[in-house]
Design a protein around this ligand. Structure first.
Ligand code: DQA
Length: 144
């Protein structure tokens, strides 16, 4: 099983950006955690990060017929991007939305999620662990 893990803008700044909200672990640490978990559950994980909406759309499109599941933290584009929602709908790959912080308890402008209209599940506020839970969900789902 191939899982594509997509991270949106500013997530490359993890460890530096707002540690009170996102913690002090780095983006590199997140990638290592995802790769180790992929190995432990017997899947392959490709990890991608971009600060650019169009590149994220390109990556989702490129996953067509190659990835079996998508874990996506669109970061700020969660709250603005119809393009990411449409890209997910276009490729039709099962997807889980992840947020490190609990967006439901934050500002009003973070209460909208466009990708949520497509994603089978949303995991928010579980820190980096949320990515691993999303991978577990996608793995389990293939057994059904
Ligand atoms: C985030 C929450 C978003 O509102 C924010 O713009 C991010 C990160 C999270 O992982 O908690 O950049 O997606």
């Amino acid at each position: 099983m191939n899982i594509l893990v997509i991270n949106g803008p500013n997530l490359n700044m993890l460890g530096i950006r707002e540690p009170d909200i996102y913690g002090s672990d780095t983006y590199e640490g997140l990638c290592k955690m995802i790769s180790a978990h992929a190995e432990s559950i017997g899947v392959t994980a490709e990890i991608y990060q971009s600060n650019h909406e169009g590149y994220l759309v390109d990556k989702i499109q490129a996953a067509y017929q190659t990835a079996d599941g998508i874990v996506i933290n669109p970061a700020a584009y969660t709250h603005t991007s119809v393009a990411l929602l449409d890209a997910l709908k276009a490729v039709g790959i099962p997807a889980v939305e992840v947020h490190i912080s609990d967006v439901s308890k934050r500002e009003d402008f973070r209460q909208i999620s466009f990708v949520r209209n497509y994603c089978e599940k949303t995991i928010a506020g579980h820190g980096f662990r949320g990515y691993l839970e999303a991978m577990d969900y996608l793995k389990e789902r293939t057994k059904k």
